[in-house]
Design a protein around this ligand. Sequence first.
Ligand SMILES: Nc1nc2c(ncn2[C@@H]2O[C@H](COP(=O)(O)OP(=O)(O)OP(=O)(O)O)[C@@H](O)[C@H]2O)c(=O)[nH]1
Ligand SMILES: [Mg+2]
Length: 541
Amino acid sequence: MRLPTNESDDPLTRALAPPPNETAEERAARVKKEIEAQRVSDEIDEAIKLEKNAQRKKRAMRMLLLGQSESGKSTTLKNMQLAYAPRTFAAERVSWRAVIQLNLVRSINAVLDALSSELSPVEASSKSSYLFGSSGLSKPPSPGPEPGNSSGILEIPQDRRAALMKLKLRLAPLRQVEADLKARLGAGTEEITEATLGTLRSAEGRGSMDAENALSGLADDGVMPCVPSRKPNPKEVFVRSHRDWKEKEKARTKLSLVSLNQSSRPVSPGFSLDLSDRDSATDVLAGCAEDMESLWRDSVVSEIVKHRKVMSGLWDSADYFLASISRIASRDYEPTNDDVLRARIRTLGVQEYTIPFETSGESPPPHLGFSKRDWHEWKVYDVGGSRTSRAAWIPYFTDVHAVLFLAPISAFDERLAEDKRVNRLEDTFLLWQEICKNELLKNAVIILFMNKCDILKRKLEAGVQVNKHMTSYGARDNEVTAFAKYIQHKFKELLISLSPEKRMFYGFLTTVIDATATAKTLASVRDGILQANLRNANFVA
Ligand SMILES: Nc1nc2c(ncn2[C@@H]2O[C@H](COP(=O)(O)OP(=O)(O)OP(=O)(O)O)[C@@H](O)[C@H]2O)c(=O)[nH]1
Ligand SMILES: [Mg+2]
């Protein structure tokens, strides 16, 4: 057979070639037709791609992380990444630097507020909304002494007053650092409290972008009990990206570290360093490191912190970061795994993650219709947990295979930040009830993490009496094992009595800031979900 020797011999080239004596008008018409044909073809390709993605999504294993705000959902998610996607976790570690710096600066500013209240009570009372109002710290303050009420003011020795005043002045730039970091990291830095709810609503009226973010998932009617049954508004439904601030922070931190080393190391050719983007928060923090240490270690300040119950107004990891001031407030600070697990930023809306849960490499049973990849690469959805965010959860209840419910059992003596009338454990029980009886979740495996056992232990050992806050606890032993057994029984009873179908109870006592223990628990969870779903042949869409 003779092969074509040049293009004109090729039948395909010949067939596609324009007619030899094509006029200019004919050419224009032909090109127009070809462009239109290409557009239609592209549209078809795009539709096929979308359909393929939708099918793939439908088949992927899907898990929802649910629970009230600060229950530990995002911390559990970080543990999943650390255990199953360590490279992604390591690559993102550097982007947590600003969040950790902000966690530290906010704690120091809260201490400075308490100090101001003691040094000059009248001035402080006019500013007191800063501390637990607009700054949006996570928990409402425990009722401390009234500023201006002399019986509530500590006696500060005269010789210490001047030194503490000076320290306070030298640390004043940290207010601006807090504002800058919040602006950089976005609305997740604003905790939803009774006070901030008002601020956020009025910001929405002005149509600000930040309010738009902050209000993601906020129902029209404001605070809602548990999971609302009405349809969420469209703003609440879409998956929010968790990458935005992480990508920006990663770039900024790398830049800042390069800039720090530029005098000793030559900048690689072609790398353009934008000095205007250098990290001024890091510079100010490094400049204030010694003063922050002096403040935190000062015996008078310690008394004030205790007296004003500053720590109970902050989130649970504040003391961890305050214990590491010199390490964090240095120019070359790079977060450790533990730092990242402890870092606090509120989750906005619903965020989707892909976790490669593969451990033993086994294949999915053929009759379930999963590809090997879909079987191991789970879609995990982390949600914002405050009452105002819960409407956003509902669209994710359809076709979900597992719910991992976080119950912070140490919160038996705490109140919801967004509604101080409600006890946090009571809110968790109400939420659990609604999840257990929800029709949309009837085929999902429900797993319970009774979390924050470390804090529970600390509280009970410090003498906090459970039965003062939960009369039903009666005269049972005021210690961790007895309390955990009691609580576990309550959760199990509710699950069994409320589930539309007969259900297995999977409960774990957890401290999710402990990565080693959590990795073991997560391996059991994964196996439990797969086993339970294997038994339930109906679950595959
Ligand atoms: N001590 C201790 N702290 C914990 C534990 N679990 C979570 N935390 C801390 O509690 C804070 C809140 O945890 P997150 O994981 O951000 O809570 P969340 O449920 O995602 O909260 P939202 O995003 O607001 O819904 C963080 O500072 C965590 O480090 C725990 O078991 N023990
Ligand atoms: Mg979260």
